[in-house]
Write a protein of this length. Structure first.
Length: 91
């Protein structure tokens, strides 16, 4: 995957995360804060899209995996029960 394509994928993941809202659990404020902080990454990604060093590919792949995990956690906080959320968080 070309570096610019990888950065675009990161932007897309953050956009998907931004669409998740209305958390049902006691951690609503924590989840909302996480989403707001992740949205800030979009600005960073847009700025570095043109200036990516060649040796940064693995770092961006790792970040993509972490963003996917955050997206799944936030999706569970949006759709799932608190018991299911605790189970996902513990495992």
């Amino acid at each position: 995957m070309a570096e610019a394509g990888l950065i675009q994928k990161l932007i897309d993941i953050v956009t998907e995360i931004s669409a998740i809202s209305d958390y049902r659990c006691t951690m609503k404020k924590l989840f909302s804060n996480l989403v707001q902080r992740l949205k800030l990454l979009t600005l960073l990604f847009e700025d570095v899209k043109k200036l990516i060093p060649d040796d940064s590919h693995q770092a961006f792949l790792s970040l993509m995996e972490d963003l996917e995990s955050a997206k799944e956690l936030l999706r569970v906080g949006n759709e799932g029960s608190e018991i299911h959320l605790v189970n996902v968080y513990v495992n």
